[in-house]
Write a protein of this length. Sequence first.
Length: 154
Amino acid sequence: MARDTPKGVDFTDLVVGLAAMAGCAITAWISTGYELGTPRRMGAGAFPFVLSLLGLCFGAAIAARAVLAPEHMGAPVRWRRLVFVSAAFLLFAAAIEPLGLLLTIPVVTILGARADPEARLGESLLLGLGLAAGIWVVFVKLLGLGIPVLPGEA
């Protein structure tokens, strides 16, 4: 049986919206430590900064909807998903400089995939390796961003 929440607030969406806003605000703040550059010649911090602002807006919209127009009040928070996806974001922020892109992306992908109890380790690893290769090609080789690729390059 679903439990009622005070004042008709959808607690699940409120928690998710606020968590997204907090994570995106932290990521935006961290990305300002990198060169933002110009729209024509973006620096290493430009893409994460813009995505963080976009995520902040989405989080605010989710939180606002939870308060203004709750649809499924009292739905349980899916803690496993929230914990593993949040942990993946935090691990990425902490590990990208010391471990580099090619090690961090597969590890973060495996951690994020654990949000789904049916995710398989081998498939998650292959996805992570493919993502790391694609991100390396696009952001390091094609765009020339100064993202550390291997451990010790920061």
